[in-house]
Design a protein around this ligand. Sequence first.
Ligand code: DQA
Length: 369
Amino acid sequence: MQRIDVINGPNLNMLGRREPDIYGTDTLEQVDARVVAWGQRLGLEVTTFQSNREGDLIDRIQACRTSADGIVINAGALTHTSYAIHDALLAAEVPAVEVHLSNIHAREPWRAVSVLAPVVAGSIFGRGVVGYRDALRLLVNRAAAMPHTIAYGDHPEQVMDVRAPDDPGPHPVAVLVHGGFWRREWGRDTSDTLAVDLTARGWVTANVEYRRLGCDGGWPASVDDVATAIAHIVSHREVSSVTVFGHSSGGQLALVAGRATAVETVVALAPITDLAWAIELGTGAPSPAQFAGGHDPTGPMSPVAEPARGRQILVHGTADTEVPVEFSTRYVQAAEAAGITVNAIYPETGHFELLDPKTPVWEQVVTSL
Ligand code: DQA
């Protein structure tokens, strides 16, 4: 079992009372209890610590050398200034993930700078308390199969995590495109559990990051990035086939990128297939309108306007409250009207369950490929 120390820095003892519109209404005690429970579900032994003093935080981080296998840290405002904490994290020699409840990139400019970011395995921000859960999961996935992060462009978001089976191959390639309404707060850690599962089944996986809203993304930059990432992995590996998996807004990106001939199969999980309809319904507002950015949402950015031609499997939960299942049923109608067959599966499940490889529907989809 992995031991993870969850360390909170200055002013986080004030959670619940401190700027609740920014940091939420949960107290630190409540947050810690949730984090310990999430850890148990992931098979982790989680300990928690908070201090307002930099030296105490440094002592605790140093102790993790022998007392923990990983660190989750919200260093509060010390994130932006403390090279001493940066150095302590290096000295601890265990992987760490930084968490921020708020979106530090959408506030005062000084908050956008994290001096810890260069020495952590991941930075999670703007997701509220669930950011701690996602940080734990990131550490679990890294421990299960260590990825190689490679750049496919010059922008810091143009990277992907690649994992390969031990045998020489050639292997089928799975390109994973995460969701999150194209927002910067949601990153490729959310699709990493699927990547780890696929690698264990003999796939080369490329879990793609791409430019998103707030970091130079939107139409067409985000789609261009996914297409470039696919081309990059195909040109650098001997591959037997290419399947693009996308969830939610990543499903939209996968279906659009899937129009290219290099892609044999698209697996779209709860995809947003129609930007105009998303804007009309208010689905994920205001992100769909921001993604369109003044371009025509009924045009090529919408998969319903131009369905992919290759093999495609759509999975959409009938209990999805984030992206209603009608986004998929309407896509299937549009594809059929264009003479394209789509394999659609509608399990009785919600939006995020489709990111869990333990579900029967995932087994069904992956074994059918
Ligand atoms: C914080 C963001 C920091 O800028 C701030 O100083 C905090 C909390 C967050 O969780 O969003 O104290 O780390």
